[in-house]
Each structure stands twice: as structure tokens, then as C-alpha cells.
Write a protein that binds this ligand. Structure first.
Ligand SMILES: Nc1ncnc2c1ncn2[C@@H]1O[C@H](COP(=O)(O)OP(=O)(O)O)[C@@H](O)[C@H]1O
Ligand SMILES: [Mg+2]
Length: 239
């Protein structure tokens, strides 16, 4: 089995020292799906930010495809990881939906024709082609989220990271987004890492669950086996 991501003895603290991640050790294998679980404030988003190189670690190493994450190779590594932020306003910023989705492929240095092909195909996949010339600011929260997902599809990265994919969505938007993610992202054999405290979703999507509590990984196991255990009851609530 190929190791795609490796955290070795990683330690991190926010500058104000209000919160940190300690003794973080885990590996992500190619093609598997990982749930980062834990209650609000456990450190899930922080862990994902470290993986994207958005925060600087204090000690330890993070390796992506065997290459150590550092300032030097940040740009290259970010192209391998598609990150869907919890709040799409953090990542949707261009003048038009088209430009937003084209941002990633353009950064990859692809030819104009290839960029256009990818952008249109990604927008078709999220059902937003007719919105391509609109400003992303005029879209609803759910639509912005789909633009962000299209941007990731257009880059076709090795790893897709989703931070609480369904937060702040009403039931209809949530179920249509769930179907979209399942048909276009989750069941495509890609390596997926998602942060969630939704036990049902973890059971449905994840192969492996990593439990975070207070900045430490307290448990990791096959997600399907977590259905009945005490820990899942304690941190995620009843199924
Ligand atoms: N930029 C930041 N600076 C300082 N503290 C932060 C920052 N972002 C998050 N935190 C704190 O780190 C802790 C973990 O947050 P987070 O990783 O967002 O948890 P989760 O995603 O599991 O809810 C929280 O106590 C939060 O207040
Ligand atoms: Mg979070």
C-alpha cells in the first residue's frame, strides 16, 4: 500500500498559544477515505490546515508523496491537495465563476484549451455551467460551495480534503450536495480526507476514522467498526 501523506511527531501551536496539536502521528494510504472526527474545537480544521501548509509546525515532519512539506515546495504540494473549506467565502474570490474554477488549472501551467475543457466539464459536474459568467458573490452559500468543488475537480488533485462539507446548509442543499459529492468525488477511488462530527456520514464514507480530542489523536480505527463503540457514542452521539 502506498503512503501518500505522513505526519511524524508533529507539534503545532497557534501564536497566542491558546491551542495546539501534539504528538500527531498518522499515515494516509492512497485511495482510502479518512474521517477526522471529534467535537467542536478538537482541532480538526487546524490539522487540515497543517496538511495544506497553511500553518507552520513547531516540530516533526509532514510528508506528501515522500516529499517533506516546506516553504520551498508549498506551491507544488498545494496542487496535489484540493481543499474544500468549510466556508466557501474563504476560497471563492474571482470576478466570475469561470475564472474562479480556472484559477487552479491556470496555476498548474496548463494550456488554455485544456483549462477551458476542464473548467466547463467541472461546471457541468456541479450543474453550474449557466452561471459561468456570474460573479461568485451573487451566489448562494450552497452554490459557492459547488463552485469551490468545481475548482477542485478541475485540478484533479491526488488528495481531496473536505472540511465539514455540510455545515450551514439546509436539508435540500445538503442532500443535493451529498449526492454530488458521492457521485463525482467520494466514490471515484480518490484519496479523501474529511473532517466531520456526523457519525452517520463517517460510517457511510470513511474507511478509517481518526479521533481528535483536545489537539491529540486519541484513537484511529476502521470506521465501519466504530458503529457501536463507546468512543463514537461519547464524541459523535448515537447513530
Ligand atoms: N487562527 C487561530 N488562532 C488561534 N486559535 C485558533 C485559530 N483557529 C482556531 N483556533 C482555536 O483552536 C482550537 C481548535 O480549532 P479548530 O481546529 O477549528 O477545531 P475544529 O475544527 O475541530 O472545530 C479552538 O479552540 C479554536 O478556538
Ligand atoms: Mg473545524
Amino acid at each position: 500500500m502506498d503512503t501518500l501523506v505522513e505526519f511524524q511527531n508533529v507539534e503545532f501551536e497557534y501564536p497566542e498559544k491558546t491551542f495546539g496539536l501534539y504528538n500527531i502521528n498518522f499515515q494516509i494510504e492512497t485511495g482510502k477515505k479518512y474521517a477526522i472526527c471529534g467535537k467542536n474545537g478538537a482541532g480538526k480544521t487546524t490539522l487540515l490546515r497543517l496538511l495544506m501548509g497553511l500553518e507552520e509546525i513547531k516540530t516533526g515532519t509532514i510528508k506528501i508523496e515522500g516529499q517533506e512539506l516546506s516553504k520551498r515546495n508549498l506551491k507544488e504540494i498545494r496542487q496535489k491537495i484540493g481543499f474544500v473549506f468549510q466556508n466557501p467565502d474563504s476560497q471563492v474570490f474571482s470576478a466570475s465563476v469561470y475564472e474562479d474554477v480556472a484559477f487552479g488549472p491556470r496555476n498548474m501551467g496548463l494550456e488554455a484549451e485544456e483549462i477551458d475543457k476542464r473548467v466547463i466539464s467541472a461546471l457541468e459536474n456541479v450543474d453550474l455551467v449557466e452561471y459561468k459568467d456570474r460573479s461568485p458573490y451573487q451566489l448562494s452559500f450552497g452554490q459557492k460551495k459547488r463552485v469551490a468543488i468545481a475548482g477542485i475537480l478541475a485540478m484533479d488533485p491526488a488528495i481531496i480534503v473536505l472540511d465539514e462539507p455540510f455545515s450551514n446548509l439546509d436539508y435540500p442543499s445538503k442532500s443535493s450536495l451529498k449526492e454530488l459529492l458521492e457521485t463525482k468525488v467520494i466514490h471515484k477511488g480518490k484519496t479523501i480526507i474529511f473532517a466531520s462530527h456526523n457519525r452517520k456520514l463517517i460510517n457511510e464514507w470513511a474507511d478509517i476514522a481518526l479521533f481528535l480530542d483536545n489537539g491529540e489523536i486519541i484513537y484511529s480505527d476502521i470506521a465501519k467498526g466504530l458503529v457501536n463503540i463507546e468512543l463514537a457514542d461519547k464524541y459523535l452521539g448515537p447513530l
